[in-house]
Write a protein that binds this ligand. Structure first.
Ligand code: ADP
Ligand code: MG
Length: 257
C-alpha cells in the first residue's frame, strides 16, 4: 500500500545571527495510512521542524532540501482539511474572542463546506468525542474559562473537525500534569483509531511514545538515529543513544556512556 506521507532527503537549516543552524539533516521517513508514528528526541533535536516541514509551515527564511510527498493523497495537502495540527500551547492556537463552539464550527465550515447549523451540531458532537462535559453548554464557553487540559481537548476537537488524514500532535501534553496527560494520550489514540487517521505524535518522553505509537523514530541533533516497531525498539534498541534514553527513563545508569 502507498504510504500516506513520504519524506526523502529532508534537510532544513535556519539562519540565526548570520549563522546557519542545521535543524534537520537528510531525513528519510514514511508514515503509513492509519499508522501511529512517534517522533522522540531531546529539545532542539529537530522534532518541531519536522512537523512544520510536513505541514508546509516553515518560515520562508528556512532553507529546505529534499521532498515531502503524499502518495496516497496524490496532491498537495490542505492544512485543516488533510492535516490537523495540535500545538504545545492551546492558548496560542485557540482564538480568545471566539467561543469554543464557534472555532470548531469554523473549521468544519471552511474545510467541509457545512453551513453554520451543521457545523455547530458537529462542534457539539466533537466536544463530546473529546470527552468534555455538557457539550451543549460548553460550546458557548470561551477559552479563558477552561483549564489547560480542557483547552487542549478543544484544540484537538478543532484539529479533527476537518476530518484530516494526518493528525500532528507536537508536545501537546507536555505542559499538563501526568494524569491529564495520560487521559489525553489515550483520547488521541482512540480518535486516531476510530477515524483511521495517521498520527505523528511528537514527544521527548519515550514512555508516552510507547503508549501510543505503532512505530517510534528517534531523533538527535537533526538526524534520525533509528526507527522501528515500538515493541522491538523498546525491547532491543539497536543504537546506543536509544539504549541511553531507555535506561534514563528506567532510572538506570546510562549504558551508552
Ligand atoms: N525559527 C527558527 N529560527 C532559527 N533557529 C531555529 C528556529 N526554529 C528552530 N530553530 C533551531 O533548530 C533546531 C531544532 O529546533 P526544533 O525543531 O524546534 O527542535 P525540537 O522541537 O526537537 O525541540 C534548534 O537548534 C533550534 O534552536
Ligand atoms: Mg519542539
Amino acid at each position: 500500500m502507498k504510504p500516506m506521507l513520504s519524506i526523502r532527503g529532508l534537510s532544513v537549516a535556519y539562519r540565526r545571527d548570520g549563522q546557519e543552524v542545521v535543524a534537520l539533516e537528510a531525513i528519510d521517513l514514511d508514515v503509513g495510512a492509519g499508522e501511529k508514528l512517534a517522533i522522540i528526541g531531546e529539545s532542539g533535536s529537530g522534532k518541531s521542524t519536522l512537523a512544520l516541514a510536513v505541514a508546509g509551515l516553515l518560515p520562508a527564511s528556512a532553507k529546505v532540501a529534499g521532498t515531502v510527498e503524499w502518495p496516497s493523497l496524490g496532491r498537495a495537502p490542505v492544512n485543516g482539511r488533510d492535516i490537523g495540527f495540535v500545538f504545545q500551547d492551546p492558548s496560542a492556537s485557540l482564538n480568545p474572542v471566539l467561543s469554543v463552539g464557534e472555532q470548531i464550527a469554523e473549521v468544519a465550515r471552511t474545510h467541509r463546506g457545512m453551513d453554520w447549523r451543521q457545523a455547530y451540531t458537529l462542534a457539539e458532537e466533537l466536544l463530546g468525542r473529546v470527552k468534555l462535559p455538557e457539550p451543549a453548554i460548553l460550546r458557548r464557553a470561551y477559552p479563558h474559562q477552561l483549564s489547560g487540559g480542557q483547552k487542549q481537548r478543544v484544540a484537538i476537537a478543532a484539529a479533527i473537525a476537518g476530518k484530516p488524514q494526518l493528525l500532528i500532535v507536537d508536545e501537546a501534553t507536555s505542559a499538563l500534569d501526568t494524569i491529564v496527560q495520560q487521559d489525553i494520550v489515550a483520547l488521541i489514540r482512540q480518535l486516531a483509531d476510530e477515524d483511521g487517521m495517521s498520527l505523528l505524535f511528537i514527544t521527548h518522553d519515550i514512555a508516552l511514545a510507547s503508549e501510543i505509537a505503532d512505530r517510534i523514530a528517534v531523533f538527535r541533533h537533526g538526524r534520525l538515529v533509528e526507527v522501528g516497531d515500538t515493541g522491538r525498539l523498546i525491547a532491543s534498541p539497536r543504537e546506543a543513544y536509544t539504549q541511553g534514553l531507555l535506561a534514563a527513563h528506567l532510572g538506570l545508569e546510562d549504558v551508552s556512556r
